[in-house]
Design a protein around this ligand. Structure first.
Ligand SMILES: [Zn+2]
Length: 574
């Protein structure tokens, strides 16, 4: 590829619309272009990366015995009504109508469509197991699309669905996908981790997420330093706290204390000269319009996903000021469980063993000390409701936990019969009995993988593509194309590398060397070969490794072998 003939427009300034580094660098490198909020065009260099990721996915999926299909983007509403998701999915589902006023949606995921296909095509146990996948454009009407390819409204996904006769078979299919996903992300050249995850809107029995590790990641990942336990923080279990046993001191009488203007847990604790973990904080929430009071220890944070799952709620928000005042009869910031008889109260396990504790008094500028369960306030329903912290222990082996940041690029679910039951996807078993098919579903965000690889691999100068997904493996850079010797040598090197099957681009523009070096770093090709008058005089070829910044001077008659060897070395190792 000749640079001068390519559609490559780089920019120096950081675009103001881009908050995250992958978005900034992709725009600056001219790899994507925004068409509308959350909707992007891929330009030639960017699309080469997408296609490379797709090819790695295809190869691994095919090898795992999956078969590629291509399903419609336009999905009839009836199928979604049958599965019950037409109403549950909410405003993120991109809905439309045809000229006959029939309702459709643009598929955000294809469980319904594929289950419909399989219930029509599969009749007998002999046709199972089956794993079908596609690489397709998906739609989600995000309320606030942002972070470029990370949270778009239109995006490329690989989605796969497995169909098995029984639970054991479905477990085998799930396990195979788990291994296949690990191969895919490793072969893309990415550092990643696999964690247990919440099943969310997709539903099902259990699931795992694949996280590309990056400091800028949106998700927090909890992992054990000793065993293989890993979890999204949304799901990470907390061991019940053992710090305090039941009362070993006498229960003291409740007292109201004036705490003027102090509402924050730290301030109140300081003022009352108690520790933060001796206080109970009270959150008034709304779970699908139902009010619920949530009690947490002063030093802990609520995990909203755990609360959602406990209450089987779709949506959880903080109650507004008026609601809080109606429920507690007091003002915001001084809520507590005492006297709340008519509302559902749930509490985290960590407050179960507290006694003589501090809470709000449901009265302005007032807190209560020496509050005790049962005697002073209703005994709530106790559950695991808090976010895990680094001081917590591994729920499997009790060793230390670490919390790191990651970007979710893949998610696999063991669905069970959620969709096959709703849509009646059945088969005849050996005895001729009708049985429900057991399903799994498996997704990879292709554009997201591209963005995450940049979040993980970049420096102040630009992108550092992992070799397997780089748009080109080698850039040949003649420093001065008006010098015939330099120009001819560069073109010769370019042609020789192409003849070896190496993906090569030559920067044949009549630009200053500084401009070309800057663009080369920004675009992030793994190897750069510089042809200039000095190296020509010395009879050497200069190879620069983008990832390490290393410059190698290689004898002119040996450069091809060195380039081939470097490309191999920069591939992910088994
Ligand atoms: Zn562990």
């Amino acid at each position: 590829m000749r640079y001068s003939a390519g559609l490559i427009n780089t920019v120096r300034e950081v675009p103001s619309e881009a908050e995250v580094i992958s978005h900034q660098l992709m725009l600056r490198a001219g790899m994507i272009k925004k068409l509308a909020a959350g909707v992007y065009s891929f330009l030639p260099l960017g699309y080469r990366v997408i296609r490379k990721i797709e090819e790695i996915i295809r190869k691994e999926m095919d090898q795992a015995g999956a078969q590629e299909v291509f399903l419609p983007v336009l999905c009839p509403a009836e199928l979604w009504q049958d599965s019950g998701r037409w109403s549950v999915y909410g405003p993120e589902l991109m809905r439309c109508k045809d000229r006959h006023n029939r309702e459709f949606c643009l598929g955000p995921t294809h469980e319904e469509v594929i289950t419909d296909l399989v219930r029509r095509e599969v009749k007998s146990y002999r046709q199972l197991p089956l794993n079908l996948y596609q690489i397709q454009t998906k739609f989600r009407d995000e309320i606030r699309p942002r972070f470029g390819l990370m949270r778009g409204r239109e995006f490329i996904m690989k989605d796969a669905y497995s169909f098995d006769c029984d639970e054991a078979g479905a477990d085998v299919s799930y396990q195979r996908m788990k291994e296949t996903y690990q191969n895919i992300f490793r072969k893309c050249g990415l550092k990643f981790t696999m964690v247990e995850a919440d099943t969310g809107a997709i539903g099902g029995n259990f699931s795992h997420e694949f996280m590309v590790l990056a400091d800028s990641g949106e998700d927090l990942v909890v992992s054990c330093q000793k065993c293989s336990y890993g979890s999204n923080i949304e799901r990470a279990e907390c061991l019940p706290s053992k710090e305090k046993a039941l009362p070993d001191a006498p229960l003291k009488p409740v007292e109201a204390v004036l705490t003027p203007k102090y509402t924050a847990v730290d301030e109140v604790a300081d003022f009352l000269k108690v520790k933060k973990d001796e206080g109970v904080k009270t959150l008034i929430m709304k779970a699908d319009e139902q009010e619920v009071v949530v009690l947490m220890r002063g030093d802990h944070e609520l995990n909203e996903v755990k609360l959602k799952n406990l209450l089987n709620a779709v949506d959880i928000v903080m109650a507004d000021e008026a609601t809080i005042e109606t429920i507690t009869g007091g003002s915001v910031g001084f809520s507590g469980p005492v006297g709340l008889e008519r509302v559902k109260i749930v509490a985290d396990y960590s407050v179960q063993n507290l006694f003589n504790f501090v809470t709000g008094a449901n009265k302005k500028d007032t807190h209560l000390v020496n509050v005790n369960w049962g005697r002073d306030c209703p005994v709530p329903q106790f559950a695991d409701l808090r976010l895990v912290t680094e001081t917590d222990r591994c729920p499997r082996c009790q060793d230390k936990l670490t919390i790191t940041r990651g970007i979710e690029v893949g998610h696999i679910f063991k669905l069970g019969t959620k969709y096959s039951k709703a849509l009646k996807a059945e088969y005849l078993d050996q005895k001729g009995d009708e049985k429900t098919i057991i399903m799994g579903c498996y997704g990879i965000g292709v554009g997201r993988t591209m963005a995450a690889s940049i979040e993980q691999n970049h420096d102040k100068d630009g992108i550092i593509w992992p070799m397997p997904i780089a748009p080109y493996q080698v850039l040949v850079l003649p420093t001065d194309v008006t010098d015939k010797n330099i120009k001819d040598t560069a073109h010769d090197v370019y042609k020789q590398l192409l003849a070896c099957g190496i993906e090569t681009i030559i920067d044949d523009r009549d630009e200053r060397p500084g401009v070309k070096f800057k663009d080369a770093d920004l675009l992030g090709f793994p190897l750069r070969i510089t042809i200039g008058s000095r190296s020509l005089k010395q009879g050497v070829i200069e190879i620069r490794i983008r990832k390490t910044g290393e410059n190698l001077q290689v004898p002119k008659d040996d450069y091809k072998n060195r380039v081939i060897k470097l490309i191999q070395e920069l591939q992910p190792q088994e």
